[in-house]
Design a protein around this ligand. Structure first.
Ligand SMILES: *Cc1c(COP(=O)(O)O)cnc(C)c1O
Ligand SMILES: [Zn+2]
Length: 552
């Protein structure tokens, strides 16, 4: 019989395994770690048995936080290949570069590990509905496993989430709630919604299941490297584990896995962790470079890589900081362009197509090799964390496609002129035209870039109220996104013109502002606009109310 307890990472109080406990009963610490007593297990026999178990991460169930294996909800996740890189390794001058191919999970990302463990533990608890905030992959994976477990999933997505990912989640029956706001705001909103509705909230990195799930990567890697380097006689850890990081669940879990194996005597050394972030949202990298153990949250992430948009890493960064101080490691920032470039290189050299978040890990690898931090003989494992579903346009170069028009020469009857025009018009009606009125040119461009990356929007910009009105009259958008503080005609005047002019008042209006609003201004805006978002501020009660009403 397996013996598992929870231990507070701060004061080391131990309590029995319980999946509802939200923190340490003695000191209030939010992170509790599972501790396993393997003294009753014959380790040699255990390792031998493991080789013959069915392929899934549940081969390691002795060190996973589930009491009864009948509750396991599985789709054959984990046990992903460790692929040796040839061409890429050669061009980097590395002898031992391995790619942990997490794309080969049931929903094509390493979130399948988290989903199988979380859903299994929830099933053990009897939970029937769960709320989660996600930039895409968690919701997709929870959707799939939720469907199998009979657990309903409510997923809250921030603005940046690619539409394809939301659709994939919807396909599994997930309740999709799109939030116009940052990932951190979305998490807060999801938490309030769960509380108000009395639903179970997925606590992400703060949940025991998530870290335990991710640690199975470390077990698999040690086993796989053991086969490669020691003919399977003894497990082996790499010198480096590299990952594109958002909240830090992957490296924290992997770090815990290596530590456990080290303590059990299964491996001889601890690997260094390389934490790579998108430089537009790199709170961990910035704090580490300043030598700080506490990260300053990034309020307004400037990256189009939604998967890595955690602005406030909280306690997770402290754990990674401590790990780096004890065992070594690196924190690296890479630009979105560097990540897209790395994505192309990996696809063309080793035949592996990854999503941008994994491209970030490879871009970090390139930097660490160039800077001489990673040495030619080091054994390096890159967490190839996810697959790009539909290739996002920005990954490709401008001229990725060649177009040949042979319609004039075709023998089919030529399309009548009227037919062509009406086809174009119909297409045009499907396009969502959006006017963005914002005096900060960079901010406006970012919004445009992000929206247009979805492909379905036609975005027009104006940088003051007067030209904004002109633009709206000319293009008649379905949606107007406006700031309030602008030179000349300000946002308030603009909005009252839009809402009182009968030829314009069918447009939806979203206000995004950094302005401190008086109660009167806020009340007035609430009547006039469809959504009011305050930059950098916490989600307000109105938005929560609105959501709760909408879904009741
Ligand atoms: C979630 C995710 C990440 C980031 O994971 P963390 O370890 O929680 O920071 C990276 N890549 C992909 C594909 C992901 O889905
Ligand atoms: Zn404690």
């Amino acid at each position: 019989m397996k013996h598992v307890e929870l231990e507070c990472i701060n004061c080391h109080t131990r309590i029995p395994l319980s999946k509802t406990v939200a923190g340490c009963p003695s000191c209030g610490e939010v992170i509790l770690e599972a501790r396993y007593d393997l003294s009753t297990i014959d380790v040699v026999q255990w390792l031998r048995d493991m080789e013959n178990r069915p392929h899934s991460l549940w081969r390691f169930h002795e060190v996973l936080p589930i009491l009864n294996t009948e509750h396991i909800v599985s789709l054959g996740e984990g046990d992903t290949p460790l692929i040796q890189s040839r061409a890429l390794a050669a061009s980097l001058g590395l002898k031992h570069l391995y790619i942990k191919d997490e794309r080969q999970g049931p929903t094509a990302s390493f979130k399948d590990r988290q989903a199988t463990v979380a859903m299994s533990t929830l099933k053990e608890l009897g939970v029937e509905e769960i709320v989660v905030a996600s930039t895409g992959n968690v919701a997709i994976s929870y959707g799939a496993y939720g469907a199998r477990a009979g657990i309903k999933v409510w997923a809250f997505f921030p603005s940046l989430t690619p539409a394809e990912k939301m659709r994939e989640a919807a396909l599994y029956g997930v309740e999709v709630i799109k939030v116009t706001g940052t990932y951190d705001q979305t998490k807060e909103l999801a938490a309030r919604f769960a509380k108000r509705q009395g639903l179970f909230l997925d606590r992400g990195i703060k949940s025991v299941a998530a870290i335990e799930a991710m640690k199975t990567m470390a077990y698999e890697i040690a086993e796989q490297l053991g086969h490669i380097f020691n003919q399977g006689r003894r497990w082996r850890s790499p010198d480096w584990f590299i990952q594109g990081v958002s909240g830090g669940m992957g490296p924290i879990g992997a770090g815990k896995g290596f530590k456990e194996m080290f303590d059990f005597g299964l491996i001889d050394q601890m690997p260094k962790l390389a934490i790579v972030q998108s430089s537009g949202c790199a709170p961990m990298v910035e704090a580490y470079q300043r030598g700080q153990r506490i990260a300053t949250p990034v309020e307004d992430p400037q990256t189009v890589i939604a998967t890595l948009a955690t602005g406030n890493p909280g306690r997770a960064y402290e754990l990674l900081f401590d790990y780096a101080k004890e065992h070594g490691g690196a924190f690296v920032g890479v630009s979105d362009e560097e990540a897209f470039n790395a994505t192309r290189i990996v696809a063309r050299s080793d035949g592996i197509s990854v999503e941008p978040a994994a491209g970030v890990a490879f871009a970090g690898l390139f930097k660490l090799v160039q800077d001489g931090v990673i040495k030619p003989n080091d054994v390096v494992v890159v967490n190839c964390s996810g697959h790009t579903m539909a290739v996002e346009l920005q990954i490709l170069e401008e001229d990725w496609q060649r177009h040949l028009d042979v319609s004039n020469r075709a023998h089919s009857p030529t399309m009548p002129q009227e037919g062509l025009i009406s086809a174009i018009e119909q297409m045009d009606r499907q396009v969502k035209r959006i006017a963005v009125i914002e005096d900060n040119v960079d901010a406006a461009r970012l919004v445009k870039r992000v929206l247009e990356a979805r492909g379905a929007y036609e975005v027009h910009l104006a940088h003051d109220g007067e030209s904004g009105l002109e633009l709206v009259r000319r293009i008649r958008p379905e949606l107007v996104i406006t700031d309030l503080m602008m030179p000349g005609v300000d946002g308030f005047t603009l909005i009252s013109t839009l809402t009182t002019d009968p030829t314009l008042n069918d447009m939806q209006i979203v206000v995004v502002t950094a302005k401190e609003l008086t109660a009167r201004e806020r009340a007035w805006l609430k009547d006039q606009v469809d959504l009011l978002l305050q930059k950098g501020s916490a989600i307000d009660e109105d938005l929560v109310e609105m959501l709760v009403e909408k879904f009741e």
